[in-house]
Design a protein around this ligand. Structure first.
Ligand SMILES: Nc1ncnc2c1ncn2[C@@H]1O[C@H](COP(=O)(O)OP(=O)(O)OP(=O)(O)O)[C@@H](O)[C@H]1O
Length: 308
């Protein structure tokens, strides 16, 4: 398998992926692509099968049926050279408690060095990576003594030390404080924009998905039920805007496809309008509407007119 193929083939290509645990079908026909350099966010309710999907793509789990191509190869038979090109951040990694982050990263980095090419040096330089993930303070402490957030920063560093072309992140910011979360988002942007790393991540944090993702996939009831940019998905669900205002001490809400003329007319008719706000569906509205739409009891995403 070549180290850096120049091709337009998606870095991840999945067709009709199915996975059952015993009699329980979790994935019933997943189709998805990740293109080179994209940041794709996989969303879905608890138990939807996000981790299962990621583990199949990583080659850690064998699917029941379907076609899976990752960096041009089948993860089930990926060799060391293939594995060196992917990075993995699992939901939890508890190991090497007596090592220091610096030692662990230097050690793991050694595995990737033989797979370096002139175009793609490997691994990342350890000091640079420790700084980049915000772990300089804990770099020389025993891993067992790190805080949960520092531990998670180390997980991310372990996942990317080999300078992966494709990075899988399973709930990478679970347990992060707001500063660590912001640092992590900067890191994802840096890897994607400057290094061209393709990234597939799962999260339950919709704000994070909106901030990071070029494209969002929603997995529900065994299939991908939505695929698009955060904006495109929001437009599909709720083209209507919600206009909210206060008049004579009363709050009004009105849903409209044409908020500008509506607001113009409102202001022309009343001179005591206050707290005027125009709101479009955010990713949370979109996500909930898409998930419910794909379930047996569809719920209308329409905004209803109310006064209170
Ligand atoms: N090794 C396993 N054996 C049997 N069932 C499993 C196994 N791993 C996962 N499952 C089940 O498969 C379903 C999907 O689990 P998975 O962890 O992939 O979902 P998820 O979308 O990642 O969930 P969460 O958002 O809670 O992390 C769940 O019902 C889970 O209980």
């Amino acid at each position: 398998m070549p180290s850096s193929p120049i091709t337009d083939e998606p870095v991840v290509q999945v067709r009709d992926l199915q996975m059952s645990y015993g009699p329980r079908a979790v994935l019933t026909g997943v189709d998805l692509d990740v293109h080179r350099g994209e940041v794709v966010c996989l969303l879905g309710p608890n138990g939807a099968g996000k981790t299962t999907t990621i583990e199949i793509l990583e080659g850690f789990r064998l699917p029941s049926a379907g076609t899976v191509r990752v960096l041009g190869g089948d993860p089930a038979t990926g060799d060391d050279a293939w594995r060196a090109r992917i990075g993995v951040v699992l939901q939890s990694w508890r190991d090497h408690p007596r090592w220091t982050p610096r030692r662990l990263l230097s050690y793991l980095g050694g595995y990737y060095a033989p797979y370096a090419t002139p175009d793609h040096p490997r691994p990342y330089e350890v000091d640079w990576l420790l700084t980049t993930v915000g772990l300089t303070d804990g770099a020389d402490r025993k891993i067992a003594t790190l805080s949960g957030g520092q531990r998670r920063r180390l997980d991310v560093a372990v996942g990317v030390i080999g300078r992966p072309e494709l990075l899988f992140l399973d709930e990478p910011t679970a347990g992060f404080d707001p500063e660590a979360r912001r640092d992590f988002h900067d890191l994802v942007h840096r890897l994607s924009d400057l290094e061209g790393t393709s990234i597939l991540l799962t999260t339950h944090d919709l704000g994070e998905a909106e901030r990071l993702a070029d494209r969002i996939l929603i997995l529900n009831e065994g299939r991908i039920v939505a695929d698009g940019s955060p904006d495109a998905l929001a437009r599909q669900v709720a083209g209507r805007a919600e206009v909210r205002w206060t008049c004579a001490g009363e709050v009004f809400v009105h849903a409209t496809d044409e908020p500008v003329p509506f607001v113009r007319e409102l202001l022309a008719q009343h001179d005591d309008i206050s707290d005027l706000e125009v709101r479009r569906a955010d990713l949370e509205d979109t996500y909930l509407a898409m998930v419910h739409r794909s379930e047996s009891t569809p719920r209308s995403p329409e905004l209803v007119e109310v006064t209170r």
